[in-house]
Design a protein around this ligand. Structure first.
Ligand code: MD3
Ligand code: FE
Length: 215
């Protein structure tokens, strides 16, 4: 046995990240057995893919979407679209277990009646990262964003309203749910390069899905 100097936080803990954002530790854990097959189902119809940014870089994170609208990127820009450019069909519907978790999390953080129309699913492998960015392609910036982390731990960077503001580092664990709204909605954020530390259930992967009101 080795001594674990960095145990995951106690499930049920609510950590405040900012005036209007919270980490709900372990909130997704009771639903993991339903979430994983739902993600596989989505990925069978709209596979994970590495998108190209308008600047011409291929993202190290692979992504797909479910719900009415999906986030896409290519040389022409970022946008939400009802059609998956890979399948040329609509994105898979949002699984009921996804929608339930999103609404439970939003209420727990004090945002009532959250009805997301988009869910972006990111898949990280060791070395994948997401550089500091703002999420501002959604029409209704008054609605919160809910994010669910599964698999390997990630170091989340939480900056300010200017790219140059110093960013805090928060470790997100398997089962953690984060809700961001109000004054924190346009803060810069990102994910540090993923360390190769396999997870018991998901091996060398981290899956993050974010619910948004995009349309
Ligand atoms: C704070 N994803 O998909 S989730 C993204 O872990 C994204 O995959 C990261 O940033 C991930 O855009 C972080 C947390 C997150 C998502 C959206 C936000 C934090 C946010 C929007 C506004 C403020
Ligand atoms: Fe983001």
């Amino acid at each position: 046995m080795t001594l674990d100097l960095f145990p995951p936080p106690e499930p049920g803990t609510k950590d405040r990240l900012g005036p209007d954002s919270f980490v709900l530790r372990g909130l997704a854990l009771p639903r993991v057995d339903a979430l994983l097959p739902a993600i596989e189902d989505v990925a069978t119809r709209s596979p994970f893919r590495h998108m190209v940014t308008p600047g011409g870089f291929t993202m190290s994170v692979a992504l797909t979407n479910c719900g009415e609208l999906g986030w896409t990127s290519d040389r022409r820009g970022y946008r939400y679209s009802a059609i998956d450019p890979l399948s040329n069909a609509v994105w898979p519907a949002m699984p009921a277990v996804f929608a339930q978790l999103a609404s439970e999390a939003a209420s727990a953080a004090g945002f009532a009646a959250f009805q997301p129309d988009a869910c972006l699913i990111n898949r990280y492998e060791p070395g994948s990262r997401l550089s500091l960015h703002q999420d501002r392609n959604e029409r209704d910036l008054g609605a919160p964003v809910v994010s669910v982390s599964l698999g390997m731990d990630a170091v989340f960077l939480f900056g300010g309203l200017a790219r140059s503001d110093k960013a805090a580092r928060i470790t997100l664990h398997h089962g953690d749910v984060v809700v961001w709204g109000g004054a924190d909605r346009l803060r810069y954020h990102g994910i540090m390069p993923m360390v190769d530390a396999p997870h018991a259930l998901l091996s060398r992967q981290r899956i993050n899905f974010t619910f948004r009101k995009a349309g």
